[in-house]
Design a protein around this ligand. Sequence first.
Ligand SMILES: [Zn+2]
Length: 177
Amino acid sequence: MGVRVSGRGLSVKQRPVLDEVRALAPRALSLVEGYMGRSAGRVEVMVMDLGCSHDLLVAVHQELLGTRNLPTHRWEHGAVFGHTTFSASESLVLLDAVRLARQPGELPPTVVHEFAHAVQFARPGARELAVRYLGDDYGLIRIGRREVRKANRETARDEQEARDMEFLADQLVKEVA
Ligand SMILES: [Zn+2]
């Protein structure tokens, strides 16, 4: 269904990250979709400082949860290169321009990894479940302990699946270079 790539507030040093993501993204998505046997639907990629993504993410979460009252300081990123979520109409892949400018070798596997998460969100029921877990994260609803354990297992499994797909980055780089 295609992928759109844009940058937000990039410095001159971070600009090459955007250029490379633009060059790799279409083929990366088709490789991942081919491997997983499912379309991700529409994917929007934003190259930005992940440390400045709080407001954006809270806006997306508010839309998903149908509320306007989420705290803006809630979201914490660990030492990651990317983060994938979704809006009502598409998958949303945020790539960290700061870290990727410092470690350009991480860019191809990161794009593959995050696109794998985008395809995971396209599975039947995956988004509904993610919204439910998100509501629990924010304390809007309470899910039971058994469901929390199930959610943690699924998150770990999805994370492993995305990691296992990073080998596609070698082929991606060879094809697009
Ligand atoms: Zn991941």
